[in-house]
Each structure stands twice: as structure tokens, then as C-alpha cells.
Ligand binder design. Structure first.
Ligand SMILES: Cc1ncc(COP(=O)(O)O)c(C=O)c1O
Length: 385
């Protein structure tokens, strides 16, 4: 999807703001991921947290991927969209009894466990149901993801997972739990990682740990390295598809799998971010003292990433080809952080123009809120407009 290819005529009858998803790009992305993972025998569980739009989930499920969920409702959303329970992993530091019971009832593939008390509760609840829960232990490899601090998750003092040093205690504990089967180990070092080499130390840690486990007679059936591959927010038109080849090749060349082991991934952002845009109408163009403001009908309630982590989204006026001018692009919410960009160059803009905030397919629609009693944004897929 490039500026010129948005179906602006079809947008005219629609209420804004809304998310618009380019199904062709989504399918192309999925087919590239499928081809490479298939080649290496890797298993990709799409991270539902990135975008749980039902139709998007259906398309990803139909393409044959598994799902990575972080709440009971995500597990339900994944099942309802067609993901088989046998391909669902369930992570999260605060799984409630209700959520664990739900996942046990569905017989999901694996719980990614983040603490000792959680292990004990899963064991207890599985015992009550006469079941054995399959688990992977989430480990903090203490690897710096070189990304925004809010989306770095693999450092030692982090609310997620177990530290490397606590592992002997954890493995010993698991041996005492009759209704737990240890399937594997799980990692996730952070999100929006654009330098593929950043995953190098993760592979090294996994290799070290594998040797340690072997020495202690612990057999791991799978290794799950999480997600985190980034996208090009600056150039969505030039780079609509992430560098999946280099990413998976790195794991293939650096991570030493043992015989019979499978390698699992939980990519979210890189699968869906570039296919989505938040489309908004310009409510007003306001002349300030020294600058001009574009006031959109979309705000931080529709796309919170800029306000939450100073994230950048490319902005395009898809109605105008007039000469470039500079604007601050803001939303209507009563917060000064409700600003998408400052001193931004856009084609000259008028009230009523359509503006697209690009690369918004991940952590966009799903993070929308109703603050200021606003309606949640609607969503349209390109194949049904
Ligand atoms: C455990 C886990 N797996 C996978 C993901 C997906 O990450 P990304 O969207 O960066 O691929 C996340 C994101 O926070 C996560 O916490």
C-alpha cells in the first residue's frame, strides 16, 4: 500500500477514524514467513496481542500459523478465529485461575510459565482436572534488546520470567510437580528490534543453557525464542516486509538445536504492522502564532503508540498533492501528549482531507480506548470495501 493506492473514493462514505488493512500485503507477508519457517521446520505462533481483529486472526489462522496469547480472552479469540488449541501458547506474569482453567479445558499446546507460584497453581488446577499441563519456562537471558525501555523485556530485573541463576531451583521444583510436564524453555528479549544481530547473544545463551540442561539430564522438546523482529516505520512504502530471511537465517546458523527439538517463534509486529493504517479526516486546520496545526478526528485513544512511547508513524495526506507545508499533527483529546507529529511536512491540507497514519497494524487498533467517552475506531479490510 502506497499513498496513491488508498481507495480514497470508497473512504468517502465512511465515518472516520478507522483502521484500514491491506489484505494483499498481509497475505504476502504471511506467505514469506511460511516459506522460510517451513524450510527450517520452525513453528511460528502469531502474537495475538499485536492485533486481535477477528478477520486478521482468521487470515493468519487459515495460513496455518499458531497463536501466542497473553490472556484467557486472547485464547478464546484465537480459538474462535480458527487457531487449533494444539498450536496455542499462553504467556503472562499474572494468569488467573480462571484463565488457567480455560486454557486447560481447551488443552492448549503449552503454558509459558513466569514464576514458581504460577507453576504451583497450574499444577494444582491441572490435578483437579486429572490433566497434565505442558509448560515452558520463561527465562530472562539478560540480553539487551537495544530498543525502547518500555519494550525491553529480557534483562535480569524484569517482572517477566525467571533469571538464569534461579533455574536449578526451578527445574528441581518441576520434578516434584506431578501434573506438570516440562516441554521447553521460552525467551522474549524485547520488541521492535531492527538489528538482526541483536538476537546473536540470545542464541549464545540458549546454546549455553542447552549444555547445562543436558548435563543435568533435563530433556527439552522445544525452544521458544519469542518475537521482537522490528519493522521500518520510516519507510513503509519502500520496506513493507521485514527482513525475515536474515532473521530466521541467523537462528538457523547460530542456535544449535538438538535432535528432535523444534524451534518456536512468537512474532507479532512484523507480521501485521505494515498492512494497517489509521485513516482519519482533518477536522480543522488551525493557524497558531508561528505554526499551523492539523487537528484530526483520530487521537491517542485510537493510536496510543506516539503518546505512550514517543513512537513515530509516517503520516500522509492521501487526499492532497498540493505543495508541501509544515504542520503539527494533533488529535482532539484533552491531553497535550495527544500529538502525532511536530513540524511535519505534509501536502497542503484542508478540512475534510483524509490523512493516513501508516504502519499501524500492530499495537494500534487493539490498544484503542474510550477515554473522553469516544467510540472505538472501526476497521475495514481491503477485500471487503
Ligand atoms: C512474550 C512475548 N512474545 C511475543 C511478543 C511479540 O513481540 P513482537 O510484536 O515484537 O514480535 C511479545 C511482545 O511484547 C511478548 O511479550
Amino acid at each position: 500500500m502506497t499513498k496513491g493506492t488508498f481507495p480514497v473514493e470508497s473512504f468517502k462514505g465512511l465515518e472516520t477514524p478507522f483502521y484500514y488493512y491491506d489484505v494483499n500485503l498481509l497475505k504476502e507477508t504471511l506467505s514469506i514467513v511460511k516459506e522460510i519457517t517451513h524450510k527450517y521446520g520452525y513453528i511460528q505462533h502469531y502474537a495475538v496481542k499485536a492485533n486481535a481483529n477477528h478477520r486478521i486472526l482468521q487470515i493468519i489462522a487459515t495460513a496455518g500459523f499458531g497463536a501466542d496469547c497473553v490472556s484467557g480472552n486472547e485464547v478464546k479469540a484465537a480459538i474462535n478465529a480458527g487457531f487449533p488449541a494444539s498450536k496455542i501458547v499462553f504467556a503472562g506474569v499474572g494468569k488467573t485461575d480462571k484463565e488457567i482453567n480455560l486454557a486447560l479445558d481447551y488443552n492448549i499446546f503449552c503454558f509459558n510459565v513466569e514464576s514458581l507460584p504460577e507453576l504451583e497453581v497450574i499444577n494444582e488446577l491441572a490435578e483437579k482436572k486429572g490433566k497434565t499441563a505442558s509448560v515452558a519456562i520463561r527465562i530472562n537471558p539478560n540480553v539487551d534488546a537495544h530498543t525502547h525501555e518500555y519494550i525491553t523485556t529480557g534483562l535480569n530485573e524484569n517482572k517477566f520470567g525467571f533469571s538464569m541463576s534461579s533455574l536449578p531451583k526451578v527445574f528441581a521444583k518441576i520434578k516434584t510437580l506431578k501434573n506438570i510436564e516440562l516441554l521447553g524453555i521460552h525467551f522474549h528479549i524485547g520488541s521492535q528490534i531492527t538489528e538482526v544481530d541483536t538476537f546473536d547473544p540470545l542464541c549464545e545463551r540458549v546454546n549455553e543453557l542447552q549444555t547445562q540442561c543436558e548435563n543435568e539430564g533435563i530433556i527439552l522438546k522445544h525452544i521458544n525464542v519469542g518475537g521482537g523482529l522490528g519493522i521500518d516505520y520510516d519507510n513503509p512504502n519502500e520496506n513493507p516486509i521485514s527482513d525475515f530471511k536474515n532473521y530466521f537465517d541467523l537462528f538457523n546458523s547460530k542456535l544449535e538445536l538438538r535432535k528432535g527439538q523444534t524451534l518456536h517463534f512468537e512474532l507479532g509486529r512484523a507480521m501485521v504492522a505494515q498492512c494497517g493504517s489509521l485513516v482519519s479526516r482533518v477536522t480543522y486546520v488551525k493557524e497558531g502564532e508561528s505554526k499551523k496545526f492539523i487537528i484530526l478526528d483520530a487521537g491517542m485513544t485510537d493510536l496510543i503508540r506516539p503518546a505512550l512511547y514517543q513512537a513515530y508513524h509516517k503520516i500522509e495526506n492521501i487526499s492532497s498533492n498540493l505543495p508541501i507545508q509544515q504542520y503539527d499533527v494533533v488529535g482532539p483529546i484533552c491531553e497535550s501528549s495527544d500529538c502525532f507529529a511536530k513540524d511535519y511536512e505534509l501536502n497542503e491540507t484542508k478540512r475534510g482531507d483524509f490523512v493516513a497514519l501508516r504502519s499501524a497494524g500492530a499495537y494500534g487498533e487493539i490498544m484503542a480506548s474510550q477515554y473522553n467517552c469516544r467510540e472505538l475506531p472501526k476497521a475495514y479490510l481491503s477485500d471487503s470495501l
